[in-house]
Design a binder for this molecule. Structure first.
Ligand code: TXE
Length: 505
């Protein structure tokens, strides 16, 4: 049995003993105010730091700092090129410290270091370059059809953004929110997940090693119902961007609705991965495994319902099961590891709870289905696959958010599409087929925001990403983020004098 150990004295980078908020350009002191919550390493179950929770008063300070920076500070008033210059500095400082940030992320979130260092980290840094470039290329509109007027449409920053992020890809997702918010001249307050505060505290600190004015990027740490709710409800916040679970998304949207604040919600998924008989089945198999097991299975865009054409189902599923057994589960810092631990204990219990639910509902367990017994500690779950009785079962209708695949079979592509659409979610869909009309039919008829044909998990930042139905409201993309984080203003000017009624003459 393996014992993965954590030894603070041997840590590759310093780990803060207490993680606090960062407000108006300064780290908040680690005093005795507020709750102290443990920040846990999910691979060892050690408490590696404590989070000092920001209460309502501290959230108020953070929003006021962001408000001041927006209402009076230089950031919204400086030229786009100047903002771009500072965002390039941010990219650089984050890139220089990628090893440290990726290490902290892996330690606290359990995502493999291969993934945090090789993928989430570079994406984090790139977010700043990308959105600075988007802002610098943005143009307004002009209308001249109504003579003699010229109407020009310009876009202005919307104000203070409340940015609330999850624990499954903290640095990649939260920096996308920060970058897309500030690029257009806004200021923000970020609240990362209380389970994974370590990496983002360091990211925000590093952002302040650049010429960024104080108060533009603020950070509060704490639980959703305390710190998060205080942030969303704060009258100084103009707009709310949230990534997380659908239940929380509903609560946040109704809270924000009371203040008439626009919300963007990127929520859960239960996406269909349709494997047709005309697919390159080796590639489809590789893609199906990555689609459900990568990022430890904790991703909204997972292909978690694998729909296989009955003609090829036995062979395909047999191979999938054999490959699942061979996946290297282990220490997320070890470069050989493919699947690391789940992010926190309650989440692991919830994921394992779906094995019992599956058994009760008459689904057939194919592989996995229990906590991995190769480790003394850590929230490791075996890569799991279940043959579902039908699409009505809970394992097919609820987002499990772990290394847990549900298989279904179908007889023709119309049936596959119907099964894909019989879901409250609509985030993404996958189809594996070398027959173009079949792939196009799936693309056109599956009700989801993104369809991947013969590829797993390809994010194109320029193109809209977001969900239909309970998977969310709004989209992330260059243009969508600009629309969301700016207000449109129309200015109308007559180009020549025109007759006007002379009242009261
Ligand atoms: O997430 P929450 P949870 C799904 C996944 C998972 C389920 C529950 O299915 O099993 O959600 O996960 C903050 N006001 N996803 O409960 O609650 C919270 O502090 C303001 C999908 O851990 O959505 C954290 O920062 N904020 C997903 C963030 O919301 C509140 C990623 C996300 O936590 C709040 C994560 C409140 N009232 C989970 N309540 C995806 N789309 O990728 C909570 N928060």
């Amino acid at each position: 049995m393996n014992a993965i150990t954590f030894d603070r004295t041997k840590a590759r980078f310093p780990i803060a003993e207490v993680v606090t908020s960062f407000i108006d350009g300064e780290g908040v002191p680690a005093d005795n105010r507020g709750e102290r919550l443990p920040a846990v390493c999910p691979a060892t179950e050690d408490t590696i730091s404590f989070l000092r929770e920001a209460d309502k008063d501290e959230v108020d300070l953070a929003v006021k700092a962001a408000r001041r920076a927006f209402d009076q500070g230089p950031w919204p008033r400086m030229s786009t090129d100047e903002r771009k210059r500072i965002m390039a500095q941010i990219k650089q400082v984050l890139t220089e410290n990628l090893d440290e940030i990726a290490y902290l992320e892996t330690l606290n979130a359990g995502i493999t270091h291969t993934h945090t260092r090789g993928f989430h980290g570079p994406r984090m840094a790139w977010n700043f370059e990308f959105f600075a470039e988007v802002a610098s290329q943005a143009a307004g509109q002009a209308y001249q059809q109504t003579k003699p007027y010229l109407s020009v449409v310009t876009r202005e920053p919307i104000g203070v953004g409340a940015l609330i992020g999850p624990w499954n890809a903290p640095i990649a997702l939260c920096t996308m929110k920060i970058a897309s918010c500030i690029a257009f001249g806004n200021t923000c307050v970020l609240k990362p997940s209380e389970f994974t505060p370590l990496s983002l505290r360091r990211v925000v600190e590093l952002i302040h090693k650049t010429d960024i004015p104080k108060g533009v990027v603020n950070l509060v740490n704490g639980r959703g119902h305390v710190t998060g709710d205080a942030l969303v409800s704060h009258p100084g916040v103009d707009v709310v961007s949230f990534t997380g679970g659908t239940t929380t998304g509903r609560a946040i949207a109704s809270r924000a609705g009371q203040g008439l604040k626009p919300v963007a919600l990127e929520l859960g998924g239960k996406s269909a991965n349709i494997i047709t008989a005309t697919a390159n089945l080796d590639r489809a198999l590789d893609g199906a495994l990555l689609g459900i097991y990568s990022n430890n299975g904790q991703q909204c865009l997972a292909g978690s319902r694998i729909l296989v054409d009955r003609k090829i189902a036995n062979e395909f599923i047999e191979k999938f099961v054999a490959r699942s057994r061979n996946i290297t589960v282990g220490d997320p810092l070890d470069p050989k590891t493919q699947v690391g631990p789940l992010a926190y204990e309650a989440h692991m219990k919830r994921v394992l709870g779906f094995v019992d639910i599956a058994k009760q509902e008459g689904d057939e367990l194919l592989v996995g289905g229990k906590r991995h017994d190769g480790f003394k500690k850590g929230y490791f779950v075996e890569p799991t696959a279940v043959m579902a009785k039908n699409n009505d079962t809970r394992i097919c209708q609820e987002e499990i958010f772990g290394p847990f695949a549900a298989f279904l079979t179908y007889d023709d592509i119309d049936e596959a599409i119907a099964i894909a659409n019989q879901s409250e979610f609509g985030l993404v869909g996958y189809v594996w087929s070398d027959h173009l009309p079949t792939a196009m039919k799936v693309s056109q008829q599956v009700r989801a925001g993104t369809i991947w044909v013969n590829t797993p998990l390809t994010r194109e930042l320029r193109a809209p990403f977001g969900g239909y139905k309970a998977s969310g409201i709004g989209r992330d993309s260059a243009e969508d983020c600009m629309m969301f984080f700016t207000e449109a203003k129309t200015t109308t000017i007559p180009l020549q004098e025109f007759p006007m009624a002379k009242w009261g003459v």
